[in-house]
Design a protein around this ligand. Structure first.
Ligand SMILES: C[S@@+](CC[C@H](N)C(=O)[O-])C[C@H]1O[C@@H](n2cnc3c(N)ncnc32)[C@H](O)[C@@H]1O
Length: 261
């Protein structure tokens, strides 16, 4: 005999409760608790590594929590910033949760045309555009007070990391801040023994460099590489290092960087 109890709860309500999302009144459109539509599985997969609906929403919120707390440690309120760029925003997993900061000019850029097209059509509180794999972007120098890049430098070769850090430096105002997240010590088990040895010697390790810019290319950053090479060689200094601190990209390390005057 079946152990299922009969239920009067409609199927749409059960799906809604299970996934933590809503079905909009207009029809079969999934929306979050702010009424914003949710991108399809392919777009979600491209930014989160899986298409899980609940994680797409919760992980994005945790990304915002990371931004707010990292800036908070410096005495900066996110809402006090004038202009912010989400570099490598994809389909706006994190940026979608920032719309209530009405005084902050929000921008997002990515190489993914489908991701940016989705943002353009659905997140009307921010400005979006695409960029190419190589810099520059279309923004003027000193455009932003704050730039964040969640799990973007994790998919770039060393050459591109240097070029993009230099571009980030150009885009930031003189007292601006950059937050990046990378694969640090937590990801050592993804490396072969020779790669682990290189990592322990402070060398950047890249796997799948032929797929640069996609999730098939993975970069692994020892703290020494960021602090002694990547940051200083591109005009930055490390203001804060939070091991496994990227709450929405667990368990990547987070670095807050400032222009080295
Ligand atoms: C793992 S996803 C993370 C997306 C988003 N930051 C998030 O956390 O939800 C990596 C993103 O970096 C983007 N990306 C890779 N190379 C890029 C580049 N050169 N310029 C801009 N975006 C890039 C990819 O298209 C993708 O959207």
């Amino acid at each position: 005999m079946s152990s299922h109890k009969p239920t009067n709860t409609p199927i749409w309500k059960r799906i809604q409760d299970r996934l933590g999302v809503k079905v909009s009144k207009k029809g079969a459109k999934l929306v979050d608790d702010n009424g914003l539509p949710i991108p399809d599985a392919e777009l979600r997969h491209a930014v989160a590594g899986n298409a899980d609906l609940k994680w797409f929403i919760d992980g994005g919120k945790l990304g915002v929590e990371t931004v707010v707390s990292v800036l908070g440690k410096q005495g900066i309120e996110f809402g006090s910033l004038e202009s912010v760029l989400d570099f490598g925003c994809g389909c706006g997993r994190v940026l979608r949760h920032l719309g209530h900061y009405e005084n902050v000019h929000l921008h997002g850029t990515d190489i993914s045309r489908p991701g940016i097209a989705w943002c353009d059509a659905n997140l009307n509180f921010a400005m979006f555009g695409t960029n190419r794999l190589y810099p520059p972007t279309r923004y003027r120098s000193s455009s932003f007070h704050f730039i964040y890049a969640f799990s973007v430098f994790t998919h770039l070769t060393q050459e591109l990391q240097t070029l993009w850090m230099t571009e980030m430096r150009r885009l930031l105002k003189p007292d601006g801040l950059l937050l990046i997240t990378v694969h640090g010590d937590h990801y050592l088990n993804h490396l072969s023994e020779p790669e682990k040895a290189a990592f322990h010697n402070g060398k950047l390790v890249i796997k799948g460099s032929e797929s640069v810019g996609s999730n098939h290319c993975a970069a692994f950053h020892p703290q020494k590489f960021v602090a002694d090479s990547l940051a200083p060689e591109t005009g930055f200094k490390v203001v804060d290092f939070i091991p496994k601190g990227a709450l929405g990209n667990p368990k990547q390390d987070a670095y807050l960087l400032a222009a080295d005057a």
